[in-house]
Design a protein. Sequence first.
Length: 79
Amino acid sequence: MQDLLNRITFNKDVLCGKPLIRGFRISVEMILELLAKGSTEEEILQDYPQLESDDLRAALLYAHHLVAREDVFDRVAAG
């Protein structure tokens, strides 16, 4: 899993320091947004040929690590 996370890089001079995929100007945020909007892995890889399947997995793993460290508080259900 660490090999996947090593694909996530940071550069304060690129996209204001947001996490990037292997130093490309492609943010983890953008990958997650594409997946959330229903883009398939095949579509993303076709649109961004510099990416690899493991890059998408790395973005998901990075997001998982962030959420896993979240503190959960009582939440009020929308009424």
